[in-house]
Design a protein around this ligand. Structure first.
Ligand SMILES: NC(=O)c1ccc[n+]([C@@H]2O[C@H](COP(=O)([O-])OP(=O)(O)OC[C@H]3O[C@@H](n4cnc5c(N)ncnc54)[C@H](OP(=O)(O)O)[C@@H]3O)[C@@H](O)[C@H]2O)c1
Length: 328
């Protein structure tokens, strides 16, 4: 099979196109002929060596990529419910046998059938895994209730973009996004179901005193520190990433937390989903529904598999036009 490997930790140039033996599915696995592989900021962080040596994360040489779309190629022993040729989206367990490849092995528990749904595979891989994670985060970690208001930082980012549609499905009364000043033009054009998107450089004034029951923060840094000022009494702050790369700010004042009856919750799908497998199926249904209902229509920029290094460079330098997807 064709595959892109991280040959050593470093700059995007360490991504190399190569040929590897076709993998055969083991018990409980589904082999997928990959047509599209999503590229996430986490792929870049791991490639840079930011998590070097951390348990459960791959060491070079490895194939990156956590999300694929394609068709079922073969079923491993004991797998039921899927048929060869069926259109699917799958999530990787992050073991380094990733999605930047023409053949991908997924645990059957992490495969979502898109058969019968009129959804473009590039859009499917761009939004279904993230929408699934957003559903699990908002239900199991945040326990969102109908009628609550939600603020999403970095509103157009890959993970963030899945939250407004899922929050709507779950009955949120209002969903507001924040973006950097330079992204306000893109925010004005977005089809994502935000009530409004404001400039994060103008917080808190841009919100005109509005407070939120739930704040979703994949950005970190200063917007994280500011978030306690934007929470309604008993509000919940959901930490899901650090896209700003700002490790110096973003501290949370514990005294403010108890005084405001706030809850600060972390959610990491890579750890949560394997530990709570029952959350996957309802989240997958919700994610598929959000995608087919047009609740997660993001801009997508595609690159051929061989240009994975360019794709990483664009993502890391914030110059990609929307979600980055490799075509295989
Ligand atoms: N918890 C989980 O299970 C999980 C799952 C997936 C991803 N993540 C994490 O979530 C984060 C986002 O990942 P992603 O794949 O969604 O990345 P992404 O598509 O690059 O989105 C990142 C977003 O953050 C914005 N941003 C970056 N720096 C910023 C700053 N200094 N101030 C304000 N906004 C800033 C970006 O704005 P621009 O558009 O202007 O660049 C972009 O909208 C990463 O830390 C990733 O590791 C966590």
């Amino acid at each position: 099979m064709k595959a892109v490997q991280v040959t050593r930790f470093g700059e995007p140039g360490v991504l190399a196109l190569t040929e590897l033996p076709d993998p055969a599915p083991g018990p409980g696995q589904v082999a997928i002929d990959v047509t599209h592989a999503a590229v996430g900021l986490i792929d870049a962080y791991i490639r840079q060596g930011l998590y070097k040596g951390r348990d459960g994360l791959p060491q070079p040489p490895y194939v990156p990529g956590l999300e694929v779309a394609g068709t079922v190629r073969a079923l491993g022993e004991g797998v039921t419910g899927f048929a060869p040729g069926e259109k699917v989206v799958a999530l990787s367990s992050g073991d380094g046998r990733g999605g930047y490849a023409s053949v991908f092995l997924a645990d059957q528990a992490h495969v979502v059938s898109t058969e019968g749904h009129a959804i473009d595979p590039a859009l499917a891989v761009a939004v279904i895994p993230n929408a699934l994670m957003a559903h699990v985060a908002l239900t199991s970690a945040i326990h969102i209730s109908a009628g609550e208001s939600v603020l999403v930082h970095g509103a157009l980012g890959a993970l963030a973009a899945a939250f407004p549609g899922i929050a709507r499905q779950l009955g949120a009364s209002r969903v507001v996004g924040t973006v950097r000043t330079e992204r306000m033009g893109a925010a004005a054009a977005t089809k994502l179901p935000y009530d409004t998107v404001v400039d994060s450089a103008r917080l808190p004034e841009a919100l005109d005193g509005e407070k939120f029951d739930v704040i979703v923060d994949p950005v970190g840094g200063l917007v994280r520190t500011q978030s306690l000022d934007l929470l309604a009494p008993s509000g919940r702050l959901l930490l899901v990433g650090n896209a700003s790369g700002d490790w110096n700010h973003g501290g949370i004042d514990g005294n403010r937390v108890w005084y405001g009856n706030f809850t600060v919750t972390g959610f990491n799908a890579g750890g949560y989903l394997p530990a709570h497998p029952r959350t996957f199926a309802p989240a997958a249904r919700a994610a598929l529904q959000a995608a087919t209902d047009g609740l997660a229509d993001v801009e997508i920029e595609t690159f051929p598999l061989a240009d994975a290094a360019t794709a990483h460079h664009r993502l890391e330098h914030h110059s990609a036009n929307g979600r980055v997807v490799l075509t295989v």
